[in-house]
Write a protein that binds this ligand. Sequence first.
Ligand SMILES: O=C(O)c1cccc(C(=O)CC[C@H]2O[C@@H](n3cnc4c(=O)[nH]cnc43)[C@H](O)[C@@H]2O)c1
Length: 261
Amino acid sequence: MRVLVVTAVAAERDAVVRGAAGDAYGDTAAEPLEIPLPGFALLRPVPVAPGAFPPVVDVLAAGVGPAAAAAGAATALVAAELAGSPYGLVVSAGIGGGFVGAGRGVEGAPVGSLVVSDAIVAADLGAETPEGFLPVTDLGFGTVAHHPPEPLVRAVAEATGARRGTVLTVSTVTGSATRAAELAARHPAALAEAMEGFGVAEAAAAHGVPALELRAVSNPVGPRDRAAWRIGDALTALTGAFRAVSPALAAYAAEKAEAGS
Ligand SMILES: O=C(O)c1cccc(C(=O)CC[C@H]2O[C@@H](n3cnc4c(=O)[nH]cnc43)[C@H](O)[C@@H]2O)c1
């Protein structure tokens, strides 16, 4: 099975590539192959040990936000289909904000932890009304949530130690306690927010391919304090996650092959 991983920025892409190559420490991996696409470039990690990452993984830094993510994912999906080697899974990956506190277990998703999505939800796709926010589905349009296959979510959580929960997609990074509380009240199962997952999932859904989101928490969702973001720690956690996730993806690929889908 071929897996497409979509990140926002190059630092996230490179963290995924290091993990997918089977080298969490970045010192022995061969240079990834670069595959040009119209408007984008894919990196294909070369495994350190043969068979270290059985599925073929392509990693794309598509840009920040759901629109860039959808454009990048759709380009890669179409290119793979036209080449006769379609992807079987698309993963939105990177750093993200973590929700902490009441209703989310003792700690929610603290900085440095991993979150795997059991739902990928567009949190600000809708309309403001005098009575409050209405999702687009309440207006009679489209969708606001994608649900990754449960066995895959479970396997990835077990392999990586990631917490399972809703990952919100926002176009504006939350920067106040009021907005954080509003989102948490509207999405009690939310563990993390980021800016790309829903775009990636929409592109995947259009191609009939399942999507998953995997985030390493770099900052709490709440009052803006950019200087306190622990980006390095989160990128290290992301590399570790992609190193550990190999068996789970391989098992999922084998199951799909057996089921003939
Ligand atoms: O400055 C750097 O070195 C650097 C390295 C890696 C990533 C970044 C980013 O700024 C990535 C932006 C990306 O991060 C997601 N993100 C992270 N925290 C949040 C949040 O609290 N709310 C929403 N999104 C968040 C998001 O997906 C952005 O695309 C910088």
